[in-house]
Design a protein around this ligand. Structure first.
Ligand SMILES: [Zn+2]
Length: 201
């Protein structure tokens, strides 16, 4: 293997979120030294890319045979349409589900507004959310974006659009320390955050 291929590999891994150059080198070495493990990983990744799609309504993952279908939560008659909990990413949805504090429907934005990263409203699933609030009997939208600067900006932006639509807009009560991620919060803290949610202003 030429050094160029090595550098290309490390640089490709560095482009993954949260991976610095040191970690990228460690991963590259590991992948090269464990071909069996690497093959298994590539297989699982390819299968996931083939089989997983996004639910056209909430944006969660859904296992698909090619045709777009609603996920099991969106189809669940025991989950009313009255409450929608808006989260940044699928991982946040899964963490809130583990807390068992929320029994309504979800909406995954697919990120947060960020001038720095060039993410505008049109890059997020905001239009689908507005459509849901307009067309379904939604009474409350819980803004469960992370307590980061971008998460707060996104929540404020959404609240300004949603409030005039006559829907109650609430925000999670953060026993969560400021800046911490919903995805990694423990179940008890998350359940309390949902329980103590407040009107968002
Ligand atoms: Zn869904």
């Amino acid at each position: 293997m030429s050094i160029k291929s090595w550098l290309n590999l490390v640089s490709a891994i560095t482009r993954l979120p949260g991976i610095g150059p040191k970690m990228a080198e460690r991963l590259a070495l590991y992948l090269l030294r464990h071909p069996g493990e690497t093959d298994r990983f590539l297989n699982v990744l390819n299968t996931a890319r083939e089989k997983l799609a996004y639910c056209p309504q909430c944006g969660d993952f859904v296992e698909t045979d090619g045709s777009p279908a609603l996920c099991h939560r969106c189809q669940d008659p025991d989950r009313g349409n009255e409450q929608i909990c808006v989260v940044e990413e699928v991982g946040d949805l899964q963490a809130l589900e583990r807390s068992r504090a929320f029994h309504g429907k979800y909406h995954v934005l697919g990120g947060v507004l960020s001038a720095l990263d060039g993410v505008g409203p049109e890059d997020l699933r905001i239009n689908v959310l507005i459509k849901r609030v307009k067309e379904q009997s939604v009474r409350e939208v819980i803004l469960a974006t992370n307590p980061t600067a971008e998460g707060e900006t996104t929540a404020t932006y959404l609240a300004e659009i949603l409030r005039p639509m006559g829907v109650s807009v609430t925000r999670l009560a953060y026993g969560l320390p400021s800046g911490s991620a919903i995805q990694y919060a423990d179940e008890f803290t998350l359940a309390q955050a949902v329980e103590g949610r407040r009107h968002f202003n």
